[in-house]
Design a protein around this ligand. Structure first.
Ligand code: MN
Length: 542
């Protein structure tokens, strides 16, 4: 079961939002093996927001990017050890489960990561030239060696090499005297040896092969070290004693490499490979807490977010990190300039007036019934993109889809349009800076850099009272973008005409449009910036 994002383009319009939601619904109906989620790459415009609200539909999920991150690959630990745990337990974990790494946790605090390398290093270090010296936690001895304490000492930990008292008493005394460090003694039932060890105040004595009677005769009153009675034989006692060292002692200090769960897949992979260790701990980017670890195995395959592109097909217009994603389908009505895909995919592209028209056709093709809100949403997408079927991009298929939806759901199309565009509002209700900048395009023609914004309204009646502040916003835009000329095409979608608000420019007098007042021209029948206004501007500049 994969989660597949269905996304429209950046700066989403009504068609993108409606297509993402209605196509997700269709796909969820057709394919129960995956979960399709409509997403938006930015804030919704007022039209889309109002439409979703009136239909009682939730806003699509906002997605910032789809880069592959550590969060998708790191492992949560199933096995952990405490700093004091004996190496014996760690070795058993490796024998039973062969984990890649095992975190040392002091309660909920992360202390370090252990791997088979640290265990190997411990045994290698132990078998170097010089006689090994051990730090042995008293509490670990009964955890590893079957037996009991005859006497505990005041310290929690003892330090020293291990020595066996198997030799002749005189030799033993001589050896003991020659020891640079007092040893932990492992000895059988040899009363002379034991008394000498007490006298020398060795850090600890482990007795092997003792019966009850012999134990009775041992007087520990003058001795400061510990006495442990092992139920194992001497060889086994020594083997286990070496494994009762605490795992914290195995830890090697790391170089301070810090991996967080929001890190990019490729950079974390590089960090792990460069580090030369088997695993690196991963911390939450939010609160810094330890969440898990990464090993090489985590990077064998890159997890890719599956996405369906609707109402666009170019990477530039799509979600950030699309290069990391897997495009599984495209549903669109724009020119084709799609990214290369790794596997064959479905592309439903057609030069119709809106992507929602293609979605409508897909519902018909698979014989899936639209419910009332999905039908109205699709209708809104078609209506918005074709400007109520008036735009030159409108095709028979768009008209047919509108007719069919309206008749099946008893929708009064004129009233529907009025309602949809009523949220386009008037110039006085808009913020002039946002109105100028939200859909602003910069052009360079005949050596002149200029910009044209476009905004949709349902009335021009307030132009007189707002003209000055819109011109000020255009002047500001001209300065910030270092342009020579800035304009705002104010389109009345109800009456199919536009006004052009413009900054002062020496060639304005050449415009063929009727000047209504200073800086405002009337453009009857003009709806498209690209197809209608731009050619006139280019002519004036030429
Ligand atoms: Mn569209």
């Amino acid at each position: 079961m994969s989660t597949i994002f269905v996304t429209g383009h950046r700066n989403p319009d009504m068609d993108s939002i409606a297509a993402a939601i209605s196509y997700s619904a269709l796909k969820n109906e057709l394919d129960s093996g995956n979960h399709y989620i409509p997403v938006a790459l930015g804030p919704l415009n007022t039209q889309s927001h109002a439409m979703l609200e009136s239909l009682g539909l939730p806003d699509p999920l906002f997605v910032k990017d789809v880069y592959s991150r550590v969060s998708a690959v790191y492992r949560k630990p199933t096995l952990t050890v405490a700093p004091d745990d004996p190496v014996y337990e760690l070795v058993n974990m490796y024998n039973q489960n062969n984990p890649s790494v095992v975190p040392i946790m002091d309660g909920s605090v992360f202390k370090g990561l252990l791997s088979i390398d640290e265990i190997n290093r411990y045994f290698l270090r132990e078998n170097m030239d010089s006689r090994p010296v051990y730090d042995i936690l008293l509490k670990n001895i009964p955890r590893v060696i079957k037996g009991f304490f005859l006497k505990k000492c005041s310290q929690d930990m003892v330090h020293g090499p291990i020595m066996v008292g198997a030799m002749d008493y005189k030799v033993f005394c001589h050896r003991l005297a020659g020891c640079p460090e007092k040893p932990i003694l492992v000895v059988g039932n040899r009363q002379d040896h034991i008394r000498a060890a007490f006298k020398e105040q060795l850090p600890g004595i482990i007795l092997t092969g003792m019966d009850e009677d012999s134990l009775q005769s041992i007087d520990t009153s003058e001795y400061d070290g510990f006495v442990y009675v092992s139920h194992e034989d001497t060889a086994e006692t020594i083997r286990l004693l070496r494994l009762s060292v605490a795992v914290a002692g195995l830890l090697v200090r790391h170089s301070g490499i810090r991996v967080t769960d929001d890190m990019l897949f490729e950079s974390a992979k590089g960090m792990l490979l460069d580090s030369g260790v088997r695993g690196l701990p991963v911390f939450s980017h939010e609160d810094g807490s330890f969440v898990g670890f990464i090993t090489r195995r985590c990077f064998l395959t890159q997890p890719r977010q599956k996405i369906i592109m609707v109402d666009h097909n170019e990477a530039m217009q799509s979600v950030q990190g699309i290069e990391d994603a897997e495009i599984v389908e495209i549903v669109d009505h724009h020119r084709l300039d799609a990214p290369k895909t790794r596997t064959p995919i479905s592309i439903m592209a057609s030069p119709v007036g809106s992507t929602c028209t293609i979605v409508y056709d897909q519902y018909r093709r698979y014989d899936v019934a639209m419910d009332g809100s999905m039908a109205r949403l699709v209708l809104a997408g078609i209506t918005s993109d074709t400007v109520m079927l008036k735009s030159p991009t409108t095709t028979m298929l768009d008209r047919h889809a509108v007719d069919d939806i309206c008749s099946r759901f008893g929708i009064d199309y004129e009233a529907f349009c009025k309602d949809l565009f009523s949220h386009g509002s008037s110039l006085s209700s808009l913020d002039e800076v946002k109105a100028v900048s939200s859909d602003f395009k910069i052009y360079d023609e005949c050596g002149v850099r200029f910009g044209i914004g476009q905004v949709e309204v349902t009335t021009f009646s307030d132009i007189g009272e707002v003209k000055e502040r819109y011109i000020r916003a255009l002047e500001q835009m001209k300065r910030t973008e270092k342009l020579e000329w800035t304009m705002l095409l104010v389109t009345n979608v109800m009456s199919e005409e536009s006004l052009l608000i413009t900054t002062e420019y020496r060639k304005c007098y050449k415009l063929l449009y009727e000047q209504k007042e200073d800086g405002v021209y009337s453009l009857p029948g003009v709806l498209s910036r690209k197809k209608q206004l731009l050619p006139e501007i280019t002519r004036v500049l030429g």
